[in-house]
Design a protein. Structure first.
Length: 456
């Protein structure tokens, strides 16, 4: 508003200047006098308006200041009132504390021996609730722990109904521990979905369905991630199919699930072999090849020994066995002297010996090398263990478990394969020596007969 008035004043002043210019150009002085009066009137009018506006502004400021002072006074009064109320409440609270303390003392004196009894009841409810929560019996009778939990947590005197519930659940738990029952319930499958199934329970020890063992966690039944061996699962199936007559051999977990839980953590044979690493695989491959060769040599030498024994009883020589080939060599040199015949027979026997003992040295070498490879894996595993200790310390045993597993598994593999390889080599070598001995005995007999025939 003030800017607009200043602009109008400037326009009026400009008009006055124009009028003055016109008077100098020859116009009358009366029109110039009128214009200056108008300017003066405009200045006075604007001054009055500005003064009025300033007075109004001062009045508004004073009015608002008075209101703010009133509001401040009101707030101060409210704060004082609340402080007084707080002091009153604190006094009331102290009085209530004293009254509660007196009432507690009065209640304790009136309860007398019942206070100890109710404390024992709450303690028994807490212990039984912990047992019920993880018991397989609760899978058949869900919701038993709600009343026990309430009784264990209450600060009030237990009611008669709560004490009767405690007694009933305790008797039920004791009775069900000696029963083998079958019931229907929901089982959490491997995909996370629940499905109805028929469950057989042996007391609180084990529960199974379709020969597979179950665990009970957080109020839900679910299959073990890894089932026990076939004999134990077979026993579960036998119990599930059993009738009421006679006895059936079954398996229970006296630790109420702890041992079955350890089955999941126990590595399988394949997992143990994998712990041996590259050294373990090398031992297995080389040893299996040597074992196959040793078994084949043992079997073939046993067959050759049988053929040689049959040849001993027959006069006609056969090329199918070593003794027959030695006899054929004698027949080809029967007209020669004794020394020549002896040399020819020795030569024939020497040709048969490599065939009999071929491959046995490899079996013997692998039997000796397998423990050395196991020792190599042991050293590598211990090196890895000490490196883990250097980097992470000894605070976490699992960090060292990998290296120790490698060391032990490779040692076991080396010994496991070395022992049967030594036995195979011993059996096969013995069979080869027996065949060679028969050949030498028969050759000596042939030479003796040939010498006697020559002297005759």
């Amino acid at each position: 508003m003030k800017l607009f008035k200043l602009a109008s004043l400037s326009l009026i002043a400009g008009a006055a200047a124009v009028s003055m210019d016109f008077s100098s150009a020859g116009f009358s002085s009366a029109s110039a006098q009128v214009t200056l009066d108008q300017v003066l009137n405009a200045v006075r009018t604007e001054r009055r308006e500005v003064s009025q506006e300033n007075r109004e502004r001062i009045q508004r400021f004073q009015s608002q200041r008075n209101q703010q002072q009133a509001l401040l006074t009101q707030v101060r009064n409210q704060v004082a009132a609340e402080n007084a109320r707080s002091t009153q409440l604190e006094a009331t609270m102290e009085e209530n504390k004293e009254a509660i303390s007196e009432l507690d003392q009065e209640l304790a004196s009136k309860q007398g021996e019942f206070q100890e009894l109710f404390g024992a009841a709450r303690s028994a409810a807490a212990d039984l609730n912990a047992q019920v929560d993880r018991s397989l019996i609760s899978a058949q009778f869900p919701g038993r722990g709600a009343g026990l939990n309430e009784l264990a947590r209450t600060e009030k005197l237990p009611t008669e109904e709560q004490l009767r519930d405690l007694w009933e659940v305790m008797i039920q738990q004791m009775a069900e521990q000696g029963k083998t029952v079958t019931f229907d319930s929901r089982i959490i499958q491997a995909n996370g979905e629940a499905a109805e199934a028929t469950i057989t329970r042996i007391g609180p020890f084990v529960a199974f369905s379709n020969g597979k063992y179950l665990t009970y966690n957080d109020g839900r039944l679910q299959f073990l991630a890894r089932q026990p061996s076939g004999a134990i699962t077979g026993a579960a199936s036998a119990v599930a199919r059993a009738t009421g007559d006679g006895f059936v051999r079954g398996a229970i977990d006296p630790s109420l699930g702890t041992l079955l839980g350890l089955v999941v953590e126990t590595p399988t044979l394949r997992e143990r072999v994998d712990q041996g690493g590259p050294v373990g695989y090398t031992i297995i491959v080389v040893s299996l090849i040597a074992m196959a060769l040793g078994a084949f040599k043992w079997f073939s030498l046993t067959m050759v020994a049988g053929a040689v024994k049959s040849q001993v009883r027959r006069k006609k020589a056969s090329k199918a066995n070593p003794l027959g080939r030695v006899m054929l060599a004698y027949e080809n040199t029967a007209s020669n002297d004794v020394e020549t015949v002896a040399l020819k027979l020795d030569d024939a026997i020497l040709k048969e010996v490599p065939k009999l003992e071929g491959g046995l040295n490899l079996v013997k070498v692998v039997a000796a090398v397998a423990p050395l490879l196991g020792l190599l894996g042991t050293v590598i595993g211990m090196i890895n263990t000490f490196q883990a200790i250097t980097l992470f310390g000894t605070g976490d045993p699992q960090i060292m478990a990998s290296g120790i597993s490698t060391a032990l598994v490779t040692t076991v593999l080396g010994l496991v394969f070395a022992i049967p390889l030594l036995l195979l080599h011993s059996f096969a070598s013995g069979a080869a020596k027996r065949v060679t001995q028969i050949l030498e005995e028969q050759a000596a007999g042939i030479i003796a007969e040939h010498a006697e025939g020559g002297r005759a």
